[in-house]
Design a binder for this molecule. Sequence first.
Ligand code: BYC
Length: 327
Amino acid sequence: MYTTELSRNTAPSVVCDDAERLAAFEARVAADEFIEPKDWMPDAYRKTLVRQISQHAHSEIVGMLPEGNWIGRAPSLRRKAILLAKVQDEAGHGLYLYCAAETLGTSRDEMTAALLAGKAKYSTIFNYPTLTWADIGTIGWLVDGAAIMNQVPLQRTSYGPYARAMVRICKEESFHQRQGYEAVMALCAGTPEQKAMAQDALNRWWWPSLMMFGPPDDASPNTEQSMRWRIKRDTNDALRQKFVDVTVPQAEAIGLTIPDPALRWNEDKDGYDFGQPDWDEFWAVVKGDGPVAADRMAARNKAWDDGAWVRDAAIAHAEKRALKRAA
Ligand code: BYC
């Protein structure tokens, strides 16, 4: 609870107690100590973490849909095996993250209910369609590339269970990025039609990938507090800049053009200047207006309904075992 809220009707000793605990908490965060589930933490810290970790978990789960859709259509057995493994990894990431969020006192059922009711967010990137095989390579290259840029610093986020989940996730994301880039590289070394398909995918995914880092810092209501509590270790704009700086040479190396007329190297800042995504489109997609947002939610709701018998059977089995143990 915040001391400002308490100060109206609460005894001064309680105010003092919370102020002391807040100061001790902030000192631990400033000293780069991990905060663990049983430690005292401000309500707003807990709430922000539940929001961010559950959104992150939902993104992993919804993110399986555009790629899962291509497993049967991948162009070779090798590509199918890689894609299948990647989609399974995403399910694992979702599960670690739901577990990390549960340590904060919420339940997976509550988080799932919020997603299915359209109350919880997931990354805007997954509300865009995957039209060709080149989109799958491009998702690995750009979307997983953006995810790594965002998630490597989260290995040092102040909440212990989230930071530890990130360690394994980042290792897997690194493989995902490489397989995606390698798939796009193969297209660029192929026929003119294959190269054109890769360029078309880059044209469509570039701007949504930049949006993954969130709104510009001056339009990001959560960044300041999250940086202070070291939930976020870098701002949205700082990570977006790093992503552009790393990705532009990768595009050039395989003969692709970043679809941004404003893109140019800036010697002074030792980085690229680049154009801004369409932020009106971003906010519309955040609010649920993405090109395939309705399909994504319909697919998640169907999966939940179709899985009811599995959940019922698992609960019945657990109850039977508990009865046996008690007998
Ligand atoms: N999409 O104050 P801000 C993956 C919302 S999965 C949707 O800057 P914050 C993968 C934001 O929630 C990658 N919403 O927020 C999976 C906030 O709204 P609320 C997922 C967005 O939290 C499968 C409002 O806009 N990665 O890579 O400080 C296959 C204002 O924003 C987005 C993570 O989740 C967005 N892009 O910063 C392949 C990483 N951006 O909640 C790949 C963890 C912003 O206040 N999350 N919003 O109503 C984060 O690092 C941070 O939450 C963000 C946003 C940088 C995304």
